[in-house]
Design a protein around this ligand. Sequence first.
Ligand SMILES: [Zn+2]
Ligand SMILES: [Zn+2]
Length: 156
Amino acid sequence: MMTEEMPINILPDNAGDEKLCLSNSLQRTRNTQQRKAVLEAVIALAGKHPTAAEVFDTVRVRHPRMSLATVYRALHALVRQNSVCEIRIENVARYDAGPCPHHHVVCRHCGAVLDVCAEAMPESLAKLLHELESTTGYRLDPHPIQMSGLCRACRD
Ligand SMILES: [Zn+2]
Ligand SMILES: [Zn+2]
């Protein structure tokens, strides 16, 4: 997972008509509700690997007052708590709430993203990743492998 906190901190905290003066506990409850709404949108877009802007478009249908900045913040919180995966394709963050650990194949021509369930990969691969974790000290993401190629449509 690549974390890039910077752009979020630059965005205004309260775009739109959100009220500024909320007590901490109220704020927490609101954060939870916002995260829930954002998670629901990512789940609704499952398999599409939406960008933050695409998640925002979906959230907005039911929560017209939620700002893009709020969606960004909620997405980062969800990624931190492992409810949502973040992948980067051509340096654009995309979000995924896939139910099982999986890898990705990305079409380098049209950008289509395909999920490859980790369980469908040979066991030796899981072993290799595990070994890599112990030799490097890295904790790998649940979706560490990103392969590129040409999708069916672009191949023809
Ligand atoms: Zn393609
Ligand atoms: Zn995926």
